[in-house]
Design a protein around this ligand. Structure first.
Ligand code: DQA
Length: 147
């Protein structure tokens, strides 16, 4: 099983970015934990980060052809703005789990709406780096049932 882990804008700054909200783990350390959990489960996790919406759209669009079975996506601020990401998820038709480190529902009003949630399998938010680990387990369990 091959999983694509995508992180959107500003998440390369994790570790120093508003640690009170996002925690003090770096993106590299979170990625390492998700990949090692993936190895335990027997799946390969390929991680990419971009600040560019179009790059994320292209990666999602190409993911099926690249042999991925599913996607874990923290679209960061694009969650609340991007019709293009939503269309890419719908177009590719792979299962996607939306993740957030913070509980977006308890933050500013503009973070309450997600353009991508309706086309995702589900949303995991508010558990810091554990949101990613929970997403991996949820996606793995869904994909294993389908195989
Ligand atoms: C975030 C929440 C978003 O609202 C915000 O724009 C981010 C990070 C999170 O992981 O909590 O950049 O996706």
């Amino acid at each position: 099983m091959k999983i694509l882990l995508l992180n959107g804008p500003n998440l390369q700054l994790l570790g120093t970015r508003e640690p009170g909200i996002y925690g003090s783990d770096t993106l590299a350390s979170i990625t390492g934990e998700v990949q090692s959990c993936g190895r335990e489960l027997g799946c390969e996790v390929v991680a990419r980060q971009s600040n560019i919406e179009g790059e994320l759209v292209t990666w999602i669009g190409d993911s099926r052809q690249e042999g991925f079975d599913g996607i874990i996506l923290n679209a960061a601020a694009y969650t609340h703005t991007s019709v293009a990401l939503r269309d890419a998820i719908k177009a590719v038709g792979l299962p996607v789990v939306e993740v957030h480190l913070s509980n977006t529902a308890s933050r500013e009003e503009f973070r309450h709406h997600s353009f991508i949630a309706p086309v995702c399998l589900g949303v995991i938010a508010g558990f810091g780096k554990d949101s990613y680990l929970l997403a991996l387990r949820a996606l793995y369990s869904r994909l294993s049932r389908e195989k």
